[in-house]
Design a protein around this ligand. Structure first.
Ligand code: FES
Length: 104
């Protein structure tokens, strides 16, 4: 099965200081913008039922609003306890002002 690129939203709808929730193909994703670069991860924290779109951004890290676990949105790696499981990340491309996410 080939991966498909799916249009998620306009680049203008992204913010540098918080994630934006988007549902694509039944997946809840968080789209981020850091230094003009778009990133996509699963929206839910791997430690509990918290949306990382409600988290605090610092550089390329998002801090979970529930217990302050942290993740690197570039790799999905958990960078601070109590989060240990990595987030799934997705390839992103921008074309004609729209953000596309590559989904399996
Ligand atoms: S729910 Fe995110 S760190 Fe606990």
């Amino acid at each position: 099965m080939t991966d498909t690129w799916t249009c998620a939203l306009a680049v203008a709808d992204l913010f540098e200081d918080s994630g934006v929730p988007v549902i694509l193909h039944d997946r809840m994703l968080a789209l981020f913008l850091v230094d003009g670069q778009a990133y996509a991860t699963d929206a839910m924290c791997t430690h509990g039922a918290a949306s990382l779109c409600d988290g605090f951004m610092e550089g390329h890290e998002v801090e979970c609003p529930f217990h302050q676990g942290r993740f690197d949105i570039r790799t999905g790696a958990a960078t601070c306890a109590p989060a240990f499981g990595a987030l799934t990340t997705y390839a992103v491309k921008v074309q004609d002002g729209e953000v596309f996410v590559q989904l399996p």
